[in-house]
Ligand binder design. Structure first.
Ligand code: B12
Length: 314
């Protein structure tokens, strides 16, 4: 055993805190000066040593930063005030979730994620898929469950690795469902290219859109997530796409969203439609000429009908 671990056993170095919380060393030092938190001890070598309760608080602070709170407002708060703020942050989606699905079902599914029983989760989702059909399964099960998973993460009840595992299970179930949809062919089937922009890692919204469009007779090509604008334009030409559909959460900045949409619109052939959807508020706040902003999956059927009738073609 070395000296450090005997003298201050329950502390982490600044590098370990950086890895653990994804808060940079500079940020940790600046907060210490500016807000008086964190207040690390010093180890035998005089280096910062962070007690575990402070690391725990830093994790909560980071989650709240990720959903848009400002450091000046939240870093000085005590742990119970931070927890309260997390509750207020999830309050609205949680109410929606309980109305739609009934909290008992949802709690059971969350429990399967938290107990790491991924096989049981997959079985349960496949059972619900068979019972509801793809469209209702997405709207009534996956939508609310994904919101609940995100809320559990804000509350500190779900780890990132559990979110990843959840996403993988959902993807496997949805891909299985998609494989059973007969491929649409022929000149009248709209060819849709799906992806997200660089920085947008969330892929489930995209897959849900693909499933809904495939069921509606579209011929879909998905590039997965994070495709550079220039490559999207190349792919649209290569796959002779009629429509390019992008999915957004609020995780990339409103300016990046708008600038990239303007750039992509300019790079796409004029007769290719550009649809942008998802939960990013920027899409509804600022219209981009030549881009159709859609918020939910419900909007897709109408957009497709409009495109088929020629009303929504560029
Ligand atoms: C799983 C998940 C992750 C996984 C993603 C893995 C993967 N391969 O997809 C991982 C762990 C990587 C991740 C990372 C992050 N995430 Co995350 N994540 C989620 C979670 C739980 C599910 C996301 C999801 O796929 N939702 C899918 C559907 C259900 O939601 P949707 O995107 O809104 O789409 C719906 C509609 O908008 C529509 N739609 C979507 N796209 C399109 C497109 C078109 C054309 C149309 C018509 C419709 C449409 O279809 C969907 C069904 O209704 C959400 C919680 C939530 N409320 O969604 C958080 C969430 C999106 N993440 C969040 C955050 C903060 C992050 C991180 C910054 C922090 C973190 N958790 O590490 C990073 C950032 C990554 C990045 N830069 O993109 C926040 C975003 C908050 C905000 N600012 O708005 C959320 C909301 C969690 C929360 N409650 O705070 N995340």
């Amino acid at each position: 055993m070395n000296n450090r671990s005997t003298s201050i056993p329950l502390t982490l170095s600044i590098a370990a805190v950086e890895r653990d919380t994804r808060l940079s060393k500079d940020t940790l030092r600046v907060w210490e000066r500016r807000y008086g938190f964190p207040t690390p001890m010093r180890d035998a070598a005089g280096e910062r040593a962070y007690p575990l309760d402070q690391v725990e608080k830093l994790r909560v602070v980071k989650r709240l930063l990720d959903v848009g709170h400002r450091p000046g407002r939240i870093v000085p708060l005590a742990m119970d005030q931070l927890q309260q703020l997390a509750e207020q942050t999830v309050d609205q989606p949680q109410r929606v979730v309980e109305v739609v699905l009934g909290s008992a079902d949802l709690r059971a599914q969350l429990e399967l994620i938290r107990s790491h029983d991924l096989l049981a989760l997959r079985h349960e989702l496949m059972r619900l898929l068979a019972r509801h059909g793809v469209q209702r399964f997405i709207a009534e099960v996956l939508g609310p469950l994904s919101v609940a998973v995100g809320d559990a993460w804000i509350r500190g009840q779900m780890e990132i690795f559990e979110e990843h595992a959840y996403t993988e299970v959902v993807q496997a179930v949805l891909r299985g469902a998609l494989a059973a949809v007969p491929p649409s062919q022929g000149d009248d089937a709209p060819r849709v290219l799906l992806t997200t922009l660089e920085g947008e890692q969330h892929s489930l919204g995209l897959l849900m859109v693909e499933a809904v469009l495939a069921l509606d007779g579209c011929c879909c090509v998905s590039l997965g997530v994070q495709t550079p604008v220039w490559d999207i334009a190349l792919a649209a030409r290569a796959y002779r796409s009629d429509i390019v559909a992008l999915s957004f959460t609020a995780c990339i900045s409103p300016n990046q969203i708008i600038d990239s949409l303007v750039e992509l619109r300019a790079k796409l052939p004029p007769d290719v439609a550009l649809w942008a959807g998802g939960s990013a508020p920027a899409l509804q706040r600022r219209a981009v000429p030549g881009v159709l902003a859609l918020s939910g999956l419900d909007d897709l059927a109408a957009a497709l009908q409009g495109w088929r009738q020629g009303d929504l073609r560029p």
